[in-house]
Design a protein around this ligand. Structure first.
Ligand code: PLP
Length: 386
């Protein structure tokens, strides 16, 4: 039965741009008129290998035609292979993976294991952080809106400390703290990169106080920093890394990777998911890793990032005050409201992102964004910025 005409069938929870894409290829989307749009937003950093990469699409189709799904009640070679391939790309002693369906779920599972391992309950997180929309991840996300949801659910809130502040972190970690949860490069805050000193201090303080360190790499991981893990780009190894978004180039997957020491304490039934580690998303994730290697996308991230950074700064301080972030998670700190610039770029058929900071325009294109596409974006920025 249809509801009353005034009630939307789809809950109107998303702010959306007025574009309906019908297809995609690489960093381009195409609308119903066949017009190309340059995607410097990557569908929220998800289109790691670009839209509809043929290797990823083929892997999905082949796996779907062979065995669409069976749950984790049975082993599956694709899930096993992905786990091996994923942990091989993470710094030691990170050695074991658990698969779920989203970034928030990956974080929930890391929080769950950290609490179980330490016998403590509280979590330290940073101002500006975003860790997901489940109640437990909202409890450790920055912002009153999220804290209110967690409070309504009766959950203890995270102990929030100012961004990149070693002294505040030192003061916050005591023997009630199970884990410190950090995005090495904060996405929603506008591509704010923690300093290497801060992350090194977080590692040291966690070790001293018996807390565990979790890196939420849901947005900044899977090659986006220019290394496969942001942890590697900083030379700091946490006890857990969570990933999602780009891992399967568009199919839902989340991964939590942990150390051999913690893995040794995990037993049957400690974690679980019906769909997590399903054969089709795992096949898409294996293909994504293969494309990242075969097309040398980490090198591409580093060179296109440098081009965007230099090109944006060359527009002058009257237009771009600073460029923050790492790799292809960049925030252009503008002198004009980022929403206005996003709109002006949209009128030129270029998609970009905004952030919690109204002055920061966020760039999160596919890892395969080309030098020519970066030039096109920079030329458009030169036109729309003062
Ligand atoms: N963590 C970070 C850093 C994110 O950016 C996001 C989503 O934007 C999440 C967690 C939540 O991921 P998901 O929406 O897949 O649950």
């Amino acid at each position: 039965m249809l509801g009353p005409a005034s009630v939307p069938a789809l809950l109107p929870v998303y702010a959306q741009l007025p574009l309906t894409p019908v297809s995609g290829r690489g960093s381009l989307l195409f609308d119903a008129e066949g017009q190309a749009w340059l995607d410097a937003y990557g569908g929220h950093a998800v289109a790691a290998t670009g839209h509809c990469h043929p290797t990823v699409v083929r892997a999905i189709c082949e796996q779907a035609a062979t065995l669409l799904f069976y749950s984790t009640a049975l082993p599956h070679p694709v899930r096993e292979a992905l786990a091996h391939e994923l942990v091989a790309r993470c710094p030691a002693p990170l050695s074991s993976a658990f698969f779920c369906n989203s970034g928030a779920e990956a974080n929930e599972n890391a929080l769950h294991l950290a609490r179980k391992q330490t016998g403590r309950s509280l979590i330290v997180a940073l101002h500006g952080s975003f860790h997901g929309r489940t109640a437990a991840t909202q409890a450790v996300t920055s912002g009153e809106k999220y804290a209110a949801t967690a409070r309504r659910a009766g959950l203890p809130l995270g102990r929030m400390v100012p961004f990149d502040d070693v002294a505040a972190l030192d003061a916050a970690i005591d023997d009630s703290i199970a884990a410190v949860l950090i995005e090495p490069v904060q996405g929603m805050a506008g591509a704010r990169a923690c300093s290497p000193e801060f992350l090194a201090a977080a590692r040291r303080l966690c070790d001293q106080r018996g807390a565990l360190l979790i890196f939420d790499e849901v947005q900044c991981g899977v090659g986006r920093s220019g290394h496969f893990t942001a942890a590697e780009s900083y030379g700091v190894t946490p006890d857990f890394i969570t990933m999602a978004k780009g891992l399967a180039s568009g199919l839902p997957i989340g991964a939590m990777v942990t150390t051999s020491a913690i893995a040794a304490t995990v037993h049957t039934g400690d974690l679980g998911s019906t769909f997590g580690g399903g054969p089709v998303p795992c096949a898409a994730a294996r293909a994504t890793l293969q494309v990242i290697d075969d097309e040398r996308l980490l090198e591409n991230v580093r060179s296109v990032s440098a081009q965007l950074r230099e090109g944006a700064l060359a527009l002058g301080p009257q237009a771009v005050r600073a460029v923050q972030g790492r790799g292809l998670l960049l925030g252009l700190k503008l002198t004009r409201p980022a929403a206005d610039v996003q709109k002006a770029l949209f009128a030129r058929r270029i998609l970009t992102g905004t952030s919690a900071d109204p002055s920061v325009l966020r760039l999160l294109p596919p890892l395969s964004f080309t030098a020519e596409q970066a030039s096109q974006l920079l030329s458009a920025l030169a036109e729309v910025l003062p």
